[in-house]
Design a protein around this ligand. Structure first.
Ligand code: ADP
Length: 661
């Protein structure tokens, strides 16, 4: 086994590799860009080297620098992770020349799988089934058209050098051929410098099923089960699971054997993935082979009980595969979702920002979180916006889905937009539970997946007001000691009749809220609704009882913005401080005009007895009415303005005497 390896990657995969390496007693060298100085993978590694500025081509893609660092640090091998240089034959070649082991397949295998048509030719020879079509060198248009006609429409034209869904065109009938042909050719030329095309029968409801294969330097090769990654958006995977549901055992075995044949055909070594299109009728076709560890490898780990990074390190250091095919056993069901900083409602546009608040579900034998970030980290536009992978396992698919739903509910992120709600909708949808899944799943189920549940705003506003009041008391009683008994509601008996007004805004809606304490509970009034709320604040956790219904939520406050997390849902609102600042709650200040405006109503007469929280006078500014409430029980002594009068901000509106205690 190696003594020291370098990890030429960042984020969750770098952290995940370090974890296994450390368990095996292997030291780790991290590399990082200027944007990643404080990143988790740097902190976890035994040593770390700066590569350069944030953009990948100036840091994580710098072959020369990485090799220099490997030499300098004495690393015997380099793990490329996924993405970046993981499938770059030049990088593997340069490492070889420097006498450093590449933890991945031989250069020849990477190159063989680099072109879609060349890969197909190899697979055809190895007897691996291909989608009916044409992948020859003769690129004359008439010939390609004849092949398309022979396949029968619809067909798919693919740029042989394509990737990431680019240079692909579906042709639904003969008439569309010319235009699609020209478009695919142009796209291939402009994006990949190669306009060569191949033709494939277009499957209208395929699933994406892939096989994890592993081979060692001694000629052994096995498959470690399959994964279904059909739930995709823009040809990118959203949920992956193992084993792939609803596949007959003999077909599963045939796919596994085909995948091992594919690996053998290119003298493969290490971890690889053979991707198939799986048709409704049980036929499957080779699509491509990825010559690296995949993002979704954890689902295979959880059903096989194996650590694939450990396998990679063993194979790369010359050891044989830990298991032969007969020893590979699968148990239970595993699902993975990719938690992304993105906006599902804006066509999954990547989002950036700071992870101001981050709570992950409790890890256990059922729940695993692979992540490279901690609270306070930045999600920048330089790299993939993946925040984490959430992986669950249980005895059956149904149970695993339930674990996933619960874990998603416990995942709380504030500061950047995420796809958490979308993932919850997905995991909770009946269609997913029934496994009515193919690559068109998300498009077909748009209505169910993009809904936003109606939430009872008033309840959340009342809870927000309860939180603000408790947080204020906590600060007042002991600003330095959050564990002080005075921070618990039960011990608080100051100003029992004091009413606190808040102005809370949620989206377009503004709420004037009044909080009154009575009998160790709050009476919280907004609009025409009153809630009886009890609450206890413990750190960011609020244990509340709302009209007798008890539950817990977490609250994150940043300046005036509040985020309440409850039941997998997020509710955001903002406190308007220009109206009621922290100091406006005292008896004096709250009788002053909070803004410059016009008096529209005087609600009490001189000499009236009022109780705390009763409305006294209403002023209006910028079409917004503001009621001034009695801050305590007492008598209205004098009123200084009449309806219609203009008042300046801060002007004393009336005078009140305080009732005797
Ligand atoms: P890329 O290399 O650009 O990612 P792939 O060949 O891997 O392209 O295909 C990407 C996705 O396109 C697949 O996961 C599948 O959803 C879809 N796809 C590819 N080939 C076909 C086909 N013949 N019929 C139907 N869908 C296909």
């Amino acid at each position: 086994m190696f003594e020291k390896i370098l990890i030429a990657n960042r984020g969750e995969i770098a952290c995940r590799i370090i974890q296994t390496a450390h368990r095996l007693g292997v030291k780790c060298v991290a590399v990082y860009s200027e944007a990643d100085r404080n990143a988790r993978h740097v902190a976890l590694a035994d040593e770390a080297f700066l590569l350069g500025p944030a953009p990948s081509r100036e840091s994580y893609l710098r072959v020369d620098k990485i090799i220099e660092v490997a030499k300098q640090s004495g690393a015997q091998a380099v793990h490329p992770g996924y993405g970046f240089l993981s499938e770059n034959a030049d990088f593997a070649r340069a490492l070889e020349a420097a006498g450093i082991t590449f933890i991945g397949p031989p250069v020849g295998a990477i190159e063989a799988m680099g072109s879609k048509s060349a890969a197909k030719q190899i697979m055809e020879k190895a007897g691996v089934p291909l989608v009916p079509g044409y992948h020859g060198d003769d690129q004359r248009k008439e010939l390609i058209k004849r092949e398309a006609d022979r396949c029968g429409y619809p067909v798919l034209l693919k740029a042989v050098a394509g990737g990431g869904g680019k240079g692909m065109r579906v042709v639904w009938n003969e008439k569309e051929f010319d235009e699609a042909f020209e478009a695919a050719r142009r796209e291939g030329e402009s994006s990949f410098g190669n306009g060569d095309l191949l033709v494939e029968k277009y499957l209208t409801k395929p699933r994406h099923v892939e096989l994890q294969v592993f081979a060692d330097t001694q000629g052994n090769a096995v498959y470690l089960g399959d994964r279904d990654c059909s739930v995709q958006r823009r040809h990118q995977k959203v949920i992956e699971e193992a084993p792939a549901p609803n596949i007959a055992p003999e077909i599963r075995r045939a796919m596994g054997e085909a995948a091992v044949n594919a690996a053998r055909a290119i003298n493969y070594v290490g971890a690889g993935t053979v991707e198939f299109l799986y048709d409704e009728d049980g036929s499957f076709y080779f699509m491509e082979m990825n010559t690296r560890l995949q993002v979704e490898h954890p689902v295979t780990e959880l059903v096989t009980g194996q650590d694939l990074v450990e396998w990679q390190l063993k194979v790369a250091s010359g050891q044989p595969l830990p298991l032969d095919q007969s020893q590979v056993k699968l148990g239970g069901h595993s699902l993975e979702v990719r938690v992304y900083a993105e906006d599902p409602d804006a066509d999954f546009l990547p989002a950036t920002g700071t992870l101001d608040y981050l709570r992950t579900p409790q890890e256990s034998r059922y729940v695993r979180v692979d992540t490279g970030v901690i609270e306070g980290d930045e999600v920048s536009h330089y790299y993939d916006p993946m925040i984490a992978k959430l992986i669950v396992w249980d005895e059956s698919r149904d149970l695993a889905i339930r674990r996933l739903e619960q874990a998603l509910e416990a995942y709380q992120i504030c500061g950047v937009k995420t796809n958490l709600q979308f993932l919850s909708n997905l995991a909770g949808s009946q269609a997913f539970k029934d496994f009515a899944v193919d690559t068109g799943f998300i498009e077909r189920n748009r209505e169910a997946l993009f809904v936003r549940e109606e939430i009872d705003e008033e309840r959340y506003i009342a809870l927000a007001a309860c939180y603000l009041t408790l947080a204020r008391k906590r600060q007042a009683s002991n600003p330095d000691d959050p564990t002080s008994p005075f921070n618990q509601l039960n011990n608080w008996r100051l100003n029992a009749t004091q009413a606190l007004p808040y102005e809370l805004v949620h989206g377009e809606h503004r709420y004037a809220v009044r909080v009154l304490e009575r009998d160790q509970a709050f009476e919280i009034t907004l609009n025409n609704t009153s809630f009886k709320v009890k609450g206890r604040l413990d750190g960011d956790r609020l244990d509340a009882s709302l009209n007798g219904h008890r539950f817990s939520l977490s609250v994150f406050q940043k300046a005036e913005a509040l985020t309440l997390f409850h039941d997998g849902r997020q509710f955001q609102c903002e406190r308007h401080v220009e109206v009621y600042g922290e100091n406006d709650y005292g008896a004096e200040a709250s009788l002053a005009a909070p803004m410059t405006g016009t008096v529209v109503a005087v609600l009490k007469e001189q000499g009236s007895l009022v109780t705390a929280g009763e409305g006294l006078i209403v002023i209006e500014a910028m079409k917004m009415e503001q009621t001034i409430f009695a801050p305590h029980d007492g008598t209205v002594e004098e009123i200084f303005f009449q309806p219609g009068d203009l008042v300046d901000e801060g002007a004393e509106l009336l005078a009140m005497s305080q009732a005797e205690e």
